[in-house]
Write a protein that binds this ligand. Structure first.
Ligand code: ATP
Length: 598
């Protein structure tokens, strides 16, 4: 039997390794070695949601449902001429830098600069499309994506009538230091779209050419990073993690040079462009640059806009509205990072310019899903010091929120600043509470028992010692019945096979099974609940790499398979099994490296 004397040791070890807390304000995060998934049930097509609410009596009739379904599908826009997006609201709300040309410059007193995408060299190919985004968010008929007009639109070579693209000026703290003006150096906002549900989405191209913010960059994105951004945005959505979305991926023949070598020679890569969407692309860095430059009126204007458009429960006349806004961002950011941890997602570059004010995941660069459980997992080979290692993400969130507080300071009174600081101090508790909930759900633990934290902590300790796979350990625990677990027959479950090699495994299993036996539910119910929060498939680097290799020779089949698989990550799929997506990663996967270069 595992002695409880181990508890302080385990907790201390996990504090040190997984969630080491570097600052005073975080000293209360301790049992946080918790990783888990939000109960993201894969979302059915929007038409079903809209037309078959459970309260709708008509939907009990098959014919009525079918006719409504057909009508809803035919309501999708079939002609791009009727698809209307516009940057008008953004342009009317803020001063816009109208200086002609994309020469690199320091911009002052503006939130946006006008800039036109530079078409990529053709032939252009539509490598991937998210049906969910095209139909469910943009109300477009999927058939439309086959047209040349559509390809022109999503690649940036053809602007829709009236479209006046914008690029956003922002700054940011990168790897702990203020980096000054950054901005959209390779992204263009094409416009906002209000869909039939009344949601406003901002469409942005990434990789669409130079802008006033390109600094020394070429304004391009390579196939490699674009495939990863497309796949991961959609995969995170399906996992239930707040994220920007990706509509399309277009690949070109335009040569793009990065620091990538193949057989000792510099490899020429090809440019690609992703059409991505978010309700807003404003970041912590959007406010920071205004505060740093003393542009307080504009800071207030941007804050008021963000609050009015995206934080609608905040009363715009409330004298404490900025404080309430800050409090919301603090708790939503804590929740977001807890979500990341629960699926083993390491963002890779948690700079303040990559932290959204809406607390959604943005900028899919050198991210990684942790395979062997390791709190020191660093997905980005350019991050020598492991600043953004997975176990430090909660700390980094705190650092970034501290920078947000500093950016808000010019519009807060002295009393409000003190209150904001108290709110920031509460971040650790919010994070801890959320992550504890998520990990309890991952283990199927209902109610509250004294040992729950210990059961989670000990499991993670065993996983760390045996380097067992994070995703599959939880998934396999979900898929086996109590009896199968009891028998410890792990020949078909490779992660549990690894885990069970630990000398304390049987003790842990005993505790866990006893805990489950006190729950008043069937084994099947427990398994189903767990399967809904523990994905069978995540975007492992080797899977992305394999799809990238094929995409580079214009074979898009694997991107399509991965996209389909990851759209239902909680459901076992034959094709995915055949592709080995839930199997032990291949040997060559160990050599894979992902850097900032993209
Ligand atoms: N190839 C490039 N050309 C021009 N600017 C670039 C290029 N790559 C990155 N940048 C700029 O460098 C900064 C940091 O890059 P980072 O990789 O974090 O952002 P990104 O991936 O380009 O954009 P986003 O955060 O919008 O996804 C940003 O201002 C970005 O626009």
């Amino acid at each position: 039997m595992v002695t409880k004397r181990l508890v302080p040791w385990l907790i201390a070890a996990e504090i040190a390794l997984c969630c080491s807390v570097e600052t005073h304000t975080m000293s209360s995060i301790h049992t946080v070695f918790v990783f888990a998934v939000v109960a993201a049930v894969s979302v059915p097509p929007v038409h079903v949601l809209e037309f078959c609410q459970s309260t709708d009596p008509d939907c009990h009739s098959h014919d009525t449902f079918r006719s409504r379904w057909n009508k809803s599908v035919s309501n999708l826009t079939q002609n791009l001429d009727r698809f209307s997006i516009s940057c008008k609201k953004l342009m009317e709300s803020f001063p816009v830098d109208e200086v002609d040309g994309d020469f690199v410059r320091t911009v002052k007193n503006c939130i946006f600069s006008k800039s036109i995408p530079t078409p990529l060299k053709g032939p252009l190919r539509l490598a991937a499309v998210s049906k969910d985004v095209i139909e469910g968010i943009l109300d477009l008929d999927l058939a439309l994506t086959q047209s040349d007009d559509f390809l022109g639109f999503v690649s940036g070579s053809q602007l829709l009538p009236g479209s006046e693209p914008l690029t956003h000026r922002y700054g940011g703290h990168q790897f702990g230091y203020w980096a000054g003006q950054l901005g959209d150096g390779r992204a263009h906002a094409l416009g906002q779209y209000t869909n039939r549900r009344g949601e406003v989405w901002e469409l942005q191209l990434k990789g669409s050419g130079k802008t006033p913010y390109s600094r020394s960059g070429d304004g391009r994105a390579v196939i490699r990073s674009s495939v990863r951004e497309f796949l991961c945005s959609e995969a995170m959505f399906a996992l239930g993690v707040p994220t920007s979305r990706a509509a399309t991926l277009v690949v070109s023949e335009e040569p793009v040079f990065r620091d990538q070598f193949y057989n000792g020679n510099m490899k020429t890569e090809r440019g690609a462009v992703v059409l991505r969407l978010a309700k807003s692309w404003f970041r912590i860095g959007s406010l920071e640059i205004l505060a740093k430059s003393g542009e307080v009126d504009l800071l207030r204007k941007l804050l008021d806009f963000v609050i009015e458009e995206h934080f609608t429960s905040i009363n715009p006349d409330d004298p404490d509205k900025y404080l309430v806004f800050y409090s919301t961002v603090v708790s939503e950011t804590a929740h977001l990072i807890a979500h990341w941890m629960s699926v083993g997602f390491a963002h890779g570059v948690c700079n303040t310019d990559n932290f959204s004010l809406l607390s959604i995941t943005i900028d899919y660069g050198p991210f990684g899903f942790m395979e062997s459980y390791n709190p020191n997992f660093v997905p980005n080979t350019s991050d020598d010091e492991g600043r953004y290692r997975i176990g430090a993400q909660a700390d980094v969130g705190l650092f970034n929120l501290e920078k947000l507080l500093l950016a808000l300071s010019p519009v807060l009174s002295g009393k409000q600043q003190k209150e904001a600081y108290m709110i920031l101090k509460g971040y650790a508790d919010i994070y801890q509470e959320r992550i504890y909930e998520l990990f309890k759900a991952k283990l199927g633990l209902q109610g509250e028992e004294e040992d729950d934290g210990y059961i989670i902590a000990l499991l993670l300790k065993l996983m760390e010692d045996t380097r067992s796979d994070f995703t599959m350990t939880f998934r396999e625990l979900s898929e086996l019945s109590d009896q199968q677990l009891q028998n410890q027959d792990f020949t078909q479950t490779w992660a549990l096979e690894d885990l069970s090699s630990h000398e304390l495994f049987s003790d842990w299993l005993g505790l866990y099974l006893q805990r489950l036996s006190r729950q008043n539910e069937s084994d099947v119910d427990r398994q189903n609940r767990m399967k809904n929060v523990n994905p069978r498939y995540v975007l492992r680097n080797w899977m992305a790499e394999s799809a990238i290799k094929k995409t580079e020779i214009n074979d898009f089949s694997e991107v399509e398979l991965l996209h389909r698989t990851l759209s239902s990550p909680f459901v076992t799929q034959d094709t995915a099994e055949k592709a080995g997506y839930a199997a032990r990663p291949p040997q060559w996967a160990r050599r894979l490296k992902v850097s900032c270069s993209s």
